[in-house]
Design a protein around this ligand. Structure first.
Ligand code: G6P
Ligand code: ZN
Length: 543
């Protein structure tokens, strides 16, 4: 079979962001775009000759066609073996697990996560290393450098592989193993969560709604929740993955998972609600009439993880991304374990997990995970919650009320201003940067600034430094405002404003977040001049 060396030229804009390369699907389908990027990954990681790669994606439009191209390129670049999820399907956490389980050299995950899918929507490709986690910045930098010099890519002239057929296939000398995407993951979950206990919970009439949002967790949730744990059929809704996610926006938050939210706040609400995103790494948790912020969920899981078999021995430590609320810090302190603050992006947890410094970690952007894989894991978070609900016999609202009584409540909200002119967004950040040294002690809208800085991270494991990771302004009395520009947007700039207010008065733990955050919101808008500089009077999304 001829191996073709195809002449190409560098394509601009192939710099991986927070989570790999994400672009409009149409951009990925332009001549050479995907091929250039795949060859740059292969070259950037030092070639794939003799290596084993795990390949799979969230099933969005172009997933299967892209996998066929990647397989032909892996073959032409002399990879020894590719392990592919049946039908090209692998949730991101399941791919991370497979890389670790099969001791593969890395993996390629095809997804734009929670962004919509389809010919006019988004596509993405991400390389994960041998630890199963997203490539570190050192690696993604090498990949990006390669995209700027690429002159050829290699591809085998071959037909398509039948991705539906489980078992061994061959492409020239390269072995392709098509595996069940769910089986190994489900087995792993049974080593962490007390399945018999959760089965009893459902057998006792406990009700749940899991919204798979027409995305990749459908098959995982049907198998694990309904078939293995005995939740009644119908517990999983929108459980058929579709290439355009049912024309929806597969992001599990109160805005996009509105159907689930309405159900959970309605008259016949089930006991427990949850949702996951396009590629299965995010999660949303909601009790009967009780939405749980991702920051609070991380704190709750930290407080109770020892109730699940996987964490019986306790946690070595926890980590959260900088904009995530400081609720988990308070729980960690009471447990006497370490708590790390990292930049936004799951990849920053990898070293801490590998070094055994932390067991659980999480982000405000609906990501929670543990050392069982090197990605955030939506269904795992749901299962751990179920284990805790089963073990304590309490409802979601009771668990949250207890947590707040014990540690205080961090009222929290995120404002997103989307598709802002990049120059204006940068100007706003520059303006804040210029004030950092003079703002401490100043009173703005009734709140006095305690400290202000631009977050930089020194990785305690490998000593690498990441600067420019967001501006944080702490106020006296436990309020905090954080400003960042998103690293995952595909159009213009997205300004994120994260607001937080700690409340420890036992009589003020059940207030409306909007009301409790009014002062810090005003202070944040004043100090940043956001409205005047960006022209935006209101955020596009509040979560
Ligand atoms: C992805 C990453 C997360 C990150 C989130 C938001 O889901 O995996 O680690 O928190 O995007 O990133 P952004 O840069 O858009 O705020
Ligand atoms: Zn995702």
């Amino acid at each position: 079979m001829p191996i073709q060396n195809v002449r190409t030229t560098p394509i601009e804009g192939q710099k991986p962001g927070t989570s790999g390369l994400r672009k409009k699907t149409a951009v990925f389908r332009r001549p050479h775009f995907l091929e250039n990027y795949v060859q740059s990954i292969f070259d950037g990681i030092g070639g794939v000759e003799g290596k084993t790669l795990v390949i799979g994606g969230d099933g969005r439009f172009f997933n299967d066609a892209a996998i066929q191209i990647i397989l032909r390129m892996a073959c032409a670049n002399s990879a020894a073996k590719c392990i592919v999820g049946q039908g090209g399907i692998l949730s991101t956490p399941a791919a991370s697990h497979l890389i670790r389980l099969k001791k593969a050299d890395g993996g390629l995950i095809l997804s734009a996560s929670h962004n919509p899918g389809g010919p006019d929507a988004d596509f993405g490709l991400k390389y994960n290393g041998p630890n199963g986690g997203p490539a570190t910045e050192a690696v993604t930098d090498k990949i990006f450098e390669r995209t700027k010099t690429l002159a050829f890519y290699k591809i085998a002239a071959a037909g398509d592989i039948d991705l539906a057929q489980l078992g061994m296939h061959k492409l020239e000398d390269m072995v392709i193993e098509i595996v069940d995407p769910v089986a190994d993951y489900a087995e792993l979950m049974q080593t962490i969560v007390d399945f018999p206990k959760v089965r009893n919970l459902f057998a006792g009439g406990f009700t749940m709604c899991f919204d798979a949002m027409h995305a990749v967790t459908g098959p995982y949730a049907h198998t694990i929740l309904e078939d293995m744990l005995g939740a009644p059929k119908g517990t999983v809704i929108n459980g058929e993955p579709s290439p355009d996610f049912g024309k929806g926006h597969p992001d599990p938050n109160p805005i996009w998972a509105k159907v689930l939210m309405d159900k959970m706040y309605g008259a016949d609400a089930p006991d427990f609600g949850a949702a996951s995103d396009g590629d299965g790494d995010r999660n949303m948790i909601v009790g009967r009439g009780a939405y749980v912020t991702p920051s609070d969920s991380l704190a709750l899981l930290t407080a109770h993880a020892h109730l699940a078999p996987g964490y019986r021995g306790g946690l070595s430590g926890v980590a959260r991304s900088m904009p995530t609320s400081r609720a988990v810090d308070r729980v960690a302190e009471s447990l006497g374990i370490g708590c790390y603050e990292t930049p936004t992006g799951w990849k920053f947890f990898g070293n801490l997990l590998d070094a055994g410094k932390v067991t659980l970690c999480g982000e405000e952007s609906a990501g929670t995970g543990s050392d069982h894989v090197r990605e955030k894991d939506g269904l795992w978070a749901v299962l751990l919650w179920l284990n805790i609900l089963a073990e304590t016999g309490k409802s979601v609202s009771e668990l949250m009320a207890d947590l707040w009584q014990a540690h205080g409540r961090c009222y929290y909200s995120r404002f997103d201003y989307e598709d802002v002119d990049s120059g204006k967004a940068e100007a706003m950040m520059d303006g804040l940067r210029a004030k950092l040294n003079s703002v401490a002690g100043v009173t703005i809208g009734g709140l006095t600034v305690e400290a202000a800085d631009e977050f930089a991270y020194l990785d305690p494991v490998d000593g690498s430094k990441s600067t420019g990771q967001g501006i944080r302004i702490a106020f006296e009395g436990g309020a905090r405002a954080v400003f960042r520009l998103s690293g995952t947007g595909t159009q213009g700039a997205t300004v994120r404003l994260y607001l937080e207010q700690l409340e420890t008065d036992p009589g003020r733990l059940q207030e409306e977040p909007e009301h409790m955050l009014a002062d810090v919101r005003e202070a944040a808008l004043t100090v940043s001049d956001l409205t005047a500089i960006t022209g935006r009077t209101a955020p596009d999304v509040i979560t």
